[in-house]
Write a protein that binds this ligand. Structure first.
Ligand code: FPP
Ligand code: MG
Length: 272
């Protein structure tokens, strides 16, 4: 299908359609916060006879395209799983490449910052930052610092992160703040997570057809208000049109759910 979009006219039509659909979705209901488990970069590279690093590069481009659609549709916060603490067990070569990719992309954000300026996106780097090489940490934090006054939307980049490490960090934080064990509540743990202060997660998307959460946003994802969507496509195959379809479906389901709840409440009211 890729060849179709290589024609300038088709590309123009697709771009126009995308903008129109974003406008329609923006006027309805979209998730306030979406989490992305970006899985399948290496399989994509193998399938297309590319090097692993090219698969990750393609993965970054996909991420940028999808985030643009989300922010265009009015999503307020996105959290991406860029690097798991578990990923430190991969080959030295792959880790080095992923670190290089993160550093160079964050440098681009600092130098041109298009996406962040256009959509007013504040970048936040979440995770156990002391595990990162110093130069990578600095680049990431520079992008965070540069975008700190942007107010319209948030991009949380989890690097390096696992949910269990986050929950442990939250509890350590609470103890360090001198709380009595009796006063520790679920809300307090939530507030002290790296994602504390951003809207509640309402949609978690994973690619590559694997039914696992891979230690990502475990605390946030169990909320009754959060839907989980597992897609069979590999991450670099995830298109903006598929993203629009998922957002449409989410809004449709929510409206249906709200209507059913309203009817249920009304029928209970009649019984009383
Ligand atoms: C999982 O696919 C993907 C990763 C471990 C890396 C994801 C990173 C990016 C998309 C780039 C993001 C960079 C920044 C700076 C935000 P996999 O390697 O597990 O592939 P596989 O499941 O096919 O083996
Ligand atoms: Mg994987």
């Amino acid at each position: 299908m890729d060849w179709i979009s290589s024609f300038p006219v088709t590309r123009h039509v697709l771009e126009y359609t995308k903008k129109q659909l974003c406008q329609v979705l923006r006027s309805g209901s979209v998730p306030q916060h979406i989490g992305f488990i970006m899985d399948g970069n290496r399989r994509y590279a193998r399938m297309n006879k590319m090097e692993t690093k090219e698969g990750h590069s393609a993965g970054f481009d996909t991420m940028a395209r999808l985030l643009e659609v989300c922010y265009d549709c009015g999503v307020q916060a996105a959290t991406v799983f860029a690097f798991s603490i578990e990923n430190f067990s991969r080959s030295e070569y792959e880790i080095e490449w992923l670190m290089k990719l993160a550093k160079s992309k964050m440098k681009q954000v600092v130098e041109n910052g298009e996406l962040c300026h256009k959509y007013g996106v504040r970048i936040r780097i979440l995770g156990n930052l002391k595990l990162l090489p110093a130069d990578v940490r600095e680049s990431l934090l520079e992008a965070q610092e540069m975008t700190k006054n942007n107010k319209r939307a948030v991009l949380n980049i989890c690097c390096p992160y696992t949910a269990r490490d986050d929950i442990t960090h939250s509890i350590k934080n609470i103890i360090a703040r001198g709380y009595d064990p009796e006063d520790i509540t679920q809300d307090l743990v939530s507030e002290n997570l790296y994602t504390g202060g951003v809207p509640k997660l309402q949609l978690l998307i994973r690619t590559s057809g694997v039914y696992r959460l891979s230690d990502f946003m475990l605390w946030e994802a169990v909320d009754v208000d959060c839907d989980v969507e597992i897609l069979s496509v590999l991450w670099p195959q995830f298109t903006p049109l598929l993203m629009l379809w998922i957002l449409f479906k989410w809004g449709w389901n929510r409206t249906g759910r709200a209507r059913r709840n309203k009817r249920l409440l009304e029928s209970h009211g009649k019984d009383d």
